[in-house]
Design a binder for this molecule. Structure first.
Ligand SMILES: Cc1cc2nc3c(=O)[nH]c(=O)nc-3n(C[C@H](O)[C@H](O)[C@H](O)COP(=O)(O)OP(=O)(O)OC[C@H]3O[C@@H](n4cnc5c(N)ncnc54)[C@H](O)[C@@H]3O)c2cc1C
Length: 560
């Protein structure tokens, strides 16, 4: 009888009950295979009896050909003597603790863990701090509910700095804060705690994770091992250590929203999303706000018209905005905080009860032992990843705010899912960041997608643009709020839409139409020919598309 051996294969990519049959069929096509046993699609393994002289690479190639991935885990002569063990890092019971260990239990981590468990893998997720991470606890959710509260207060006639207080009454900050905290608790429970409970196969481990020198992960006294890792540890507010910072004790976005009492006055350092959203919110709640921005314009990554427009609207509400400010140091005199700065060549001092530092966020990579794992970092400390979310260490993937991907929760979550899939099933699925819409929740909102005019020119397009003021949009007229405009950027050669830039009340609701148009290569005349409901804000997109060719002041109702 020809000598035989028993092989154990590690199989990746099985997602349903039919997968074992496909793999079995593929393996049995290889000459020399006698039996194949796959306990189920979640098992990740196949046990084979084969002729001793079989070429193992023929087996793995056959599995690859069927759309899966296989490695030989162990091989033993049929009398039981172990010939080789291809993956020496496997523990005695034949494997690591997990197929995938996700570090960080925010939006990106949850998406990765759910994807991995849906694919049938053994998943661990390590969470540190409040479950759910930034968005639900200290980011999107609390900031957006405060913005709404401040807007309602403002729209009810409380315009503290214009001196047009049409209604009496004091703001109950305690109540607003409590309602914000209640919403955060409810959403944390429903979207994270309950969701985790619905996936009992995800092992949740609490504590701060750190890679050890031998490549395992330590959480407190426990050590965990996995075949693959997804790092999704997010970021924290960047606090610049200006001289005097220790005395000035500036706030960040988290501590500002937790204040027990609102300050009378607030200096905001920064001029991007968090600075503008929270600055306007505080102003609308009655705080005297001054925004100091280093760059020469607000939201410098956006169209210059947007920076100018939002500055005007903030100033009309009584918010001070100074650009071109170089902060030199901070100091404190009793309850007064002072920003010492240079503006247009002059030394200036700005005073307020509190300072908010809204100067961006820093990736949570320090102290994680990444130096033991050959994981490359960007200069700002973020993890370098390719489009598959793979780091410089092929077994480690990363996603969300811990990378330099755009800091939006939907980008973090989409990246989590892609990272888990690529890590486990070797699918090489890229995260498509070609069309990322973004909204800054000021009032009016800033909503953008695609290329700005300058970016499109830099990329070599023959660019044409069209801008329509909100006074042409019936919805804005009816709402008696015609602040803002819609600007479209298109390729003159192909007529394809390249970018849309909106400054308008609820502009965020209109941007998705432009996102679809750009993503699927829609031409501006197709946009102009599409029916848009009257009176909606998004109808402004159609008007802006028509305005490439026509004076829209000459149109009758309904952009026709
Ligand atoms: C004020 C504010 C408003 C925002 N508003 C919006 C918005 O309106 N829309 C939007 O799309 N985005 C918004 N964002 C951005 C959004 O919140 C983030 O992009 C998103 O939450 C990032 O998710 P993440 O999973 O990458 O990180 P996180 O949610 O931060 O999760 C990371 C988790 O990992 C944990 N962790 C860190 N180190 C370790 C460790 N060593 N071991 C284990 N766990 C660890 C952290 O404690 C955290 O729980 C806002 C952000 C802020 C600050």
């Amino acid at each position: 009888m020809a000598p035989k051996k028993k092989l154990e294969l590690d199989i990746r990519g099985m997602t349903c009950d039919r997968c074992p049959q496909h793999i079995e069929r593929a393996l049995k096509q290889v000459a020399g295979v006698e039996t194949v046993e796959i306990p189920g699609w979640r098992s990740n393994k196949a046990t084979l009896i084969v002729k001793s002289d079989i070429a193992e690479r023929d087996l793995t190639a056959s599995v690859e050909g069927a759309g899966y991935h296989a490695t030989v885990k162990s091989s033993s002569a049929i009398d039981g003597e172990i010939e080789q063990s291809a993956q020496s890092s496997f523990t005695e019971d034949g494997g690591h603790d997990f197929d995938l260990l996700v570090i960080g239990a925010g939006s990106a981590g949850f998406a990765a863990a759910i994807k991995a468990t849906d694919l049938g893998f053994r998943v661990g997720m390590i969470g540190y701090g409040a479950i759910g991470g930034t968005c639900v606890n200290v980011g999107c959710v609390p900031s957006k509910t405060l913005i709404r509260a401040a807007e309602a207060w403002h729209n009810a006639g409380h315009h503290p700095f214009k001196g047009v207080n049409t209604q009496q009454g004091n703001l109950d900050w305690d109540l607003v804060r409590t309602q914000k905290d209640d919403l955060v608790s409810q959403m944390r429970q429903s979207k994270y705690v309950n969701v985790l409970a619905a996936y009992p196969k995800i092992t949740y481990i609490e504590g701060a994770a750190q890679f050890t020198k031998d490549g395992s992960v330590r959480v407190g006294e426990r050590i965990y091992t996995a075949d693959r890792y997804v790092i999704a540890t997010g970021a924290h507010p960047r606090m610049i250590d200006f001289p005097g910072s220790e005395k000035a004790e500036a706030l960040n976005s988290t501590t500002l929203m937790e204040l027990e009492q609102l300050p009378k006055s607030l200096i905001v350092l920064g001029g991007r999303a968090v600075a503008l959203e929270l600055g306007q919110t505080m102003a609308r709640l009655g705080v005297d706000v001054l925004i100091l921005q280093r760059s020469t314009r607000l939201v410098p990554d956006h169209e210059p018209e947007i920076g100018r427009g939002i500055k005007d609207y903030l100033e009309q509400e009584g918010i001070g905005v100074i650009t071109g400010v170089e902060v030199k140091r901070l100091s404190r005199d009793g309850d007064t905080r002072i920003v010492h700065a240079r503006v247009l060549g002059q030394e200036r001092e700005f005073k307020a009860d509190q300072i908010l530092m809204a100067l961006g966020r820093e990736a949570n990579t320090k102290g994680m032992g990444l130096e033991h794992m050959d994981v490359k970092l960007e200069q700002n400390g973020a993890i370098v990843v390719d489009k598959y979310m793979q780091s410089s260490n092929p077994t480690i993937y990363a996603t969300g705010d811990v990378t330099n991907n755009p800091e939006f929760v939907y980008v973090a979550a989409a990246g989590g899912s892609v990272a888990a899939q690529n890590a486990l099933a070797d699918t090489k699925k890229p995260l498509d960041l070609s069309t990322v819409p973004g909204v800054i929740f000021t009032d009016p909102q800033i909503a953008t997608v695609g290329l700005t005019e300058a970016q499109a020119k830099n990329e070599g397009y023959r660019v044409k643009t069209s801008t329509v003021g909100l006074e042409h949009v019936a919805r804005a007229q009816a709402a008696r709020d015609t602040r803002g405009f819609i600007k479209l950027v298109a390729d003159e050669t192909t007529n394809r839409l390249l970018g849309a830039h909106i400054l308008a009340a609820e502009g965020g609701e209109a941007i998705q139409t432009a996102t679809l148009a750009i993503k699927y290569g829609i031409k501006v005349d197709d946009l102009a020919d599409t029916l848009f409901p009257y009176l909606t804000q998004v109808e402004g997109l159609k008007l802006a598309a028509i305005a490439f060719e026509k004076d829209i002041a000459m149109l009758s109702c309904c952009a026709a």
